[in-house]
Design a protein around this ligand. Sequence first.
Ligand code: KIV
Ligand code: NA
Length: 268
Amino acid sequence: TRRLQAVDLIKRKAEGRKIIALTAYHAHTANIVDSYCDFVLVGDSLGMVMHGMESTLPVTLEMMILQAQAVMRGTARALVVVDMPFGSYEASREQAFLNAARVLKETGAGAVKLEGGARFAETVAFLTERGVPVMGHIGLTPQSVNTMGGFKVQGHGAGDEDRLRADARAISEAGAFAIVMEGIVEPVARAIATDPSIRAATIGIGATAACDGQILVLEDMLGLSDRVPKFVKSYGSLRAHIEEAVRAYADEVLAGRFPADGHTYPPR
Ligand code: KIV
Ligand code: NA
């Protein structure tokens, strides 16, 4: 079976079949989600989720490449999309291309994602024309936390709908195959997701069910993360599960019940 490709997501949109996506940073979790997801995102949220950083800003290209290599080894079917971290694509379209090319060459992933709307349309076109499929990301863009003044839901202000719609149109016209719409207030998100002039597949996270697909951070929906945004639905309670196992282990070691006979090597 060949892997899904960026163009397959546009086909899914045309067919009206929902696009399923989750993040993954490790080979094992990537392997579990592979058969259920159309694409797996190696998100720069790994800075917060894996490393306990306050934001995604300190994440480096090297960190992204390392985890993308792990996710590629764990998957066979899903398209793997890799986030371009803060500082790796904003300075110029050339900088964006050189770093995106490194990601594709060193990991074998099928696409990159970058945050930003109309201002990055030229970059999206430059990359797409040179063989790099690009996923856009608009609305609440976490790399802009310092200019947004926090992680804030977008679309409440006057003129926000027009601006966000123009962002989506600009990167779709520039050749983006998909657009993540994050943290956008419902009527605005719905208007953009159902705009017939937008060819790119829309992927919601804290946005509308009208999007062509949905994505969540895996550790958030599994109940492993300690703090999660309101838009996350909990589909598991991994934190409690792990804690129960660790407590049982600690108790048994203390009591001398682990290891038992079956866990040691008898003499020959
Ligand atoms: O980094 C990430 O996990 C993301 C998703 C939340 C879309 O960008
Ligand atoms: Na991200």
